[in-house]
Design a protein around this ligand. Sequence first.
Ligand code: ADP
Length: 231
Amino acid sequence: ENLQKERRQMTANVAHELRTPLTNIRGYLEAIKDEILPPDKKNISMLYDQTLHLTNLVDDLRILSMVETESLSLELEKGDLGKLIESSVQDFYPRSKISGVKILLDIQNKESMKKILFDRTRMKQIIGNLLENALSYSSKGDEIKIISKKMVNGQYEIKIIDEGLGIPENDLGKIFDEFFRVDKSRSRQTGGAGLGLAIVKKLIIAHKGTVTVESKINQGTTFTINLPLEA
Ligand code: ADP
């Protein structure tokens, strides 16, 4: 019964999330068709953004369903985890410059990180989703720190620390749930559907690792990933 209920809720959420960008696209196209709006660069760019939003949403849903049906198999290859973190961070440098948020990187035990088994694409997605959130919920002058190190128990730890808005204590237990957003209107501005962290958690579990969160409102949030990666 619970599963049925969850599935119905999931379908309702998916329909709701798809409806918003579709309604926007339809509205724009109707206005252009009726010559209320010109088919100019600005309006085409608006339409393009909405389709991009839809594509991201569908991609996220696909990954979630793949992890759930266990049809997502990790492609484990020996690689340099430190380098991967570095390149994930680099992807965000332009955005961090524009928003005035500094990103600091501290990769410890570099040598031992060079040849470990992980799935490049999925690991990039994990770090990318967490960085994306850290940036979205930080403001000008804040700093984001990424610290990674090898622990004494042989596991690898990656911390993503921000000084942003923070998450209310009551919501901390729910933020890894699908479609959960602390503030629906605030998150809608950032374009999120509340799927990013659900994906992060599932991909980390697929790597046999764990992810935890600590946060204080208006002080910041820290996500800690532990990965038992084999050399
Ligand atoms: P979204 O796509 O809305 O960002 P996520 O699953 O990535 O969805 O995150 C779920 C919710 O958790 C977000 O809507 C936001 O309210 C909160 N959240 C996630 N990361 C952070 C962060 N670093 N700082 C503050 N709030 C966060």
